[in-house]
Ligand binder design. Structure first.
Ligand SMILES: [Zn+2]
Length: 177
């Protein structure tokens, strides 16, 4: 048992593509990054058994950050041990965000903000007919807020073409005074 990836398990183990996967790469059905991530995560699955229960759907790179899409329901498995995400980042060689395929926009946003909870997600229509997706985070923003909101905005734009607006439930500390 090993992780399922966009390429054959054998190819992912050996690092050499069979003619069928090579043709899918040449035809643009899979990317170089899909192949690279498949090989790296297959190697990691030897040390991290939870990976054998998940399926990598695709790998993307947004603004120097890796975005890995796994099959629906897989993130619960990957979050069962907090060290797994770190191991994936070490294997990939950089910051990595994890999302699920075929998820709703709200679920994808919850996955990108994880472990920060989202209060509400609303769609806001602008006068010119374009729309923004507004996320409200509970509480107020503090200096310890662990996420790079600008980066999340770039990722949702690249992955789902969503224009994101992020607000906090309460005004900042200085304003509240
Ligand atoms: Zn193959």
């Amino acid at each position: 048992m090993t992780i399922k990836t966009p390429i054959c398990a054998f190819d992912a183990k050996t690092g050499i593509l069979c003619p069928k996967c090579e043709a899918r790469l040449k035809g643009g059905h899979i990317s170089e990054l899909d192949v690279e991530a498949s090989i790296k995560l297959t190697k990691l699955a030897e040390k991290v058994p939870e990976l054998s229960r998940v399926s990598l759907v695709r790998a993307q790179s947004v603004d120097g950050v890796y975005v890995l899409t796994f099959a629906a329901g897989n993130l619960n498995i990957l979050r069962s041990n907090p060290s797994i995400h770190k191991s994936i980042e070490d294997a990939m060689g950089g910051k990595t965000m994890l999302i699920e395929a075929e998820s709703t926009d709200r679920k994808m946003l919850e996955d990108l903000f994880y472990p920060i909870r989202i209060l509400t997600v609303n769609v806001v229509w602008l006068p010119d007919g374009s729309k923004l997706t507004k996320v409200i985070i509970p509480g107020r923003k503090t200096e310890r807020f662990p996420l790079d909101v600008e980066l999340i905005k770039k990722v949702v734009k690249a992955v789902r073409n969503i224009d994101l607006l992020v607000e906090f439930e309460r005004a900042s500390y200085a304003k509240a005074l």
